[in-house]
Design a protein. Structure first.
Length: 293
């Protein structure tokens, strides 16, 4: 199983985030009418806000708010509509909960507005490949950025799900994203990486990336992993399982991620996955390489 370095992540306003002593849980709020995970249950902003408060009460360490569905096949969303969806939720949560907020966007203008509304982290599924201008916003605001691996746009991402050596190629492409960020003067201590399970990856690619997660420690940055309710989890079950019924499968993937050294796991069912993470972290305490340190 993977070793796990400790990091201190710088957040706006002089706050910091300690990573590595235990696995942090990031709760997901999809303010969309077509969310793959819940079918749009949190599209109403009041429901989304209450869901975020509830996640914080359940023990979430971070909350990630997104207004554009990025599931495979999804169409792009106009900036004005994305801001209309996410800003009331981010602003309200910033005033009601203490945990850091993340905005799930690749758009520079949306990120800038969300950071003004109280977000501290930008979760970019494109790894700075969709809108290079995003890097300037993150650098100027001294926000933290999550650089996720993907290829192509959501509508046709599976067209690029072709790999000779998936782990090596994802590593190389994440290195490029980190280089984009540092060239834009985003401090290294503000960068988190994500292998992008399910994005531009067929199920075997996602399983291989998850099984070899410890290889991503080569990047020298904290690792966020988001397997929650994704379609690749249905593959070993012999049938298509609806996303809301994939939490048991998610628990297995979350356990694997924790044991392999993930610093943050991004999940929909916070209360249930917090139990999974705490037990997996307890097991990690008895790994030989952790006992040696």
């Amino acid at each position: 199983m993977g070793t796990r370095r400790r990091f201190t992540i710088a957040l706006p306003g002089g706050r910091t985030l300690a990573l590595g002593e235990r696995t942090l849980v990031m709760g997901v709020i999809n303010v969309t009418p077509d969310s793959f995970s819940d079918g749009g249950a949190l599209f109403d902003p009041d429901r989304a806000i209450e869901a975020g408060v509830r996640m914080a009460e359940q023990g979430a360490d971070l909350i990630d708010v997104g207004g554009e569905s990025t599931r495979p096949g999804a169409a792009a969303l106009a900036e004005d509509e994305e801001r209309r969806r996410v800003l009331p939720v981010v602003e309200a949560l910033a005033g009601r909960i203490a945990v850091p907020l993340s905005v799930d966007t690749y758009k520079a203008s949306v990120a800038d507005a969300a950071l003004s509304a109280g977000a501290a982290i930008v979760n970019d599924i494109s790894g700075l490949r969709y809108e290079p201008e995003l890097s300037a916003v993150v650098a100027a605001r001294r926000a933290t950025i999550v650089l996720m691996h993907s290829r192509g746009r959501s509508r046709a991402m599976y067209d690029q799900a072709s790999y000779h050596a998936v782990v090596d190629e994802v590593l190389d492409e994440l290195r490029e994203s980190v280089a984009f960020a540092t060239a834009a003067r985003i401090p290294e201590e503000c960068i988190i990486v994500d292998p992008g399970l399910g994005f531009a990856k067929e199920a075997p690619h996602s399983y291989e990336a998850l099984a070899c997660l410890d290889a991503f420690s080569e990047l020298g940055r904290p690792l966020l992993v988001g397997p929650s309710r994704k379609s690749f989890l249905s593959r070993p079950l012999g049938a298509s399982v609806p996303p809301p019924e994939r939490d048991w499968a998610t628990a297995a993937a979350v356990t694997a991620a924790v044991m392999a050294g993930a610093h943050i796991v991004r999940v929909h069912a916070v209360r249930e996955m917090l139990h999974v993470v705490r037990v997996a972290d307890e097991i990690r305490k008895y790994l030989r390489h952790d006992l040696a340190h």
